[in-house]
Write a protein that binds this ligand. Structure first.
Ligand code: UDP
Length: 375
């Protein structure tokens, strides 16, 4: 029997929206459903006081992939935002990522040669401790990368708040995301292309989903049989463990609780992102949303500002899962689910939750472009 749709896309985040967009372009009939009351997954923004507020945490688009950059810019033009977060450790400020500015603030050193020997000295201590072993966890990896001063002030507290686990119990790869530079360059990312959609992320999502049927406030699991019979194929972007009824057990996720505040000042903290890296401050960072889209004195044109404090916590039913926790236990468990997923002929699994991967936005789009080729 002919099904009503070629593809049912479960979840309207970046993976689902990109996949649906490409399928639609190839003449496929798609229905996109999302259990939340809005489209866009975690890149959804809400306009508050004329400011696009990233409701599910700061999203900064960055990539080296020209095809992906051209693709997103063909949907909506991106601005020139460059992420330069600042770390606040017990009231003292340090530039991120770790670069000559940070090293000056940390040690008062001004030349790359001085800094290199300082870091070498600290690394030597870490290497001696390892006794010929490879670094096996985030703590060891960080000590090898930047030494104990930076680790203790800028990494340890933040990371343990973010992940709710000791650095010595976390996988090393998480910290490899952060660059270390011997130049005065506060750009957080190494990528060639970076920015925020002009007019906000909702424009990217509505652009991708133009001409495609969408339904919000609809939970796939509330009427699974109905949804499974509505289309020839399913693109599933939710939690893979939930898809399989948790038969092997629960995968773990971190989530974030946001405390949003509107302030009667045009400029609360002078930067989009300030990280609080000591363990005493209960939140990891404060985001001031207007700085993603307003630059220089434009910031002062609006009398008010909106900030969000981020409080990471362990995920539980009813909360939004944000970060997969890719430690050994979870990765092994995920592999078991993946074996089942690989056998499916009519279901495509994609995105952070379905692939249980700490994905940035650009690689998600890249993956969706690949899996939607030649449908
Ligand atoms: N990190 C840190 N100190 C900071 C910022 C980040 O130690 O001030 C570590 C922390 O472990 C974090 C990881 O670097 O989980 C990756 O940070 P990123 O900013 O890429 O995280 P995201 O923006 O995805 O939350």
């Amino acid at each position: 029997m002919m099904k009503q749709y070629d593809y049912l896309v479960v979840g309207s985040g970046l993976y689902g929206a990109t996949f649906a967009h490409m399928a639609h372009r190839q003449g496929k009939k798609c229905l996109v459903i999302d259990k939340r009351p809005h489209l866009g997954g975690n890149i959804y923004c809400k306009n508050i006081e004329g400011i696009n507020v990233h409701k599910y945490g700061a999203h900064i688009f960055h990539t080296n992939n020209k095809e992906v950059w051209d693709f997103v810019n063909s949907i909506v033009e991106f601005n020139r935002y460059t992420n330069c977060p600042v770390a606040n450790y017990k009231g003292k400020l340090y530039n991120l990522p770790f670069n000559m500015n940070t090293f000056y603030q940390m040690w008062g050193l001004t030349t790359p040669t001085e800094v290199e020997s300082k870091i070498e000295e600290q690394k030597a201590e870490a290497i001696a401790m390892l006794n010929g072993r490879e670094p096996q966890n985030l703590e060891e990896q960080a000590l090898i990368l930047v030494g104990k001063d930076i680790y203790e002030r800028l990494i340890k507290g933040y990371t343990e708040k973010q992940w709710g686990r000791k650095c010595s119990e976390l996988p090393a790869f998480i910290i490899k995301r952060l660059p270390v530079r011997y130049v005065y360059d506060n750009n957080y990312f190494n990528d060639k292309y970076q920015g925020i959609p002009i007019g906000g992320y909702n424009k990217l999502i509505t652009g991708l989903l133009e001409g495609i049927e969408t339904r919000t406030g609809v939970d796939f699991f509330n009427n699974r049989v109905h949804w499974e019979n509505i289309a020839d194929k399913i693109v599933f972007t939710g939690k893979i463990d939930e898809y399989y009824n948790y038969i092997f057990g629960n995968l773990e996720y971190r989530t974030i609780k946001f405390e949003e505040e509107i302030h009667d000042t045009p400029n609360y903290q002078g930067n989009a992102v300030i990280n609080y890296t000591d363990k005493e401050v209960p939140y990891t960072r404060i985001i001031e949303h207007k700085h993603f889209e307003m630059f220089g004195n434009e910031v002062h044109k609006r009398a008010k500002t909106v900030i969000s404090k981020e409080f990471p916590t362990e995920w539980a039913e009813g909360l939004e899962p944000y970060y997969p926790i890719n430690d050994e236990r979870n990765n092994k468990l995920y592999q078991k689910y993946k074996e089942l997923a690989d056998k499916e002929t009519n279901v495509i699994f994609g995105g952070r939750l379905a692939e249980y991967k700490y994905y940035d936005m650009a690689p998600v789009i890249e993956q969706a472009l690949i899996s939607s080729k030649g449908l």
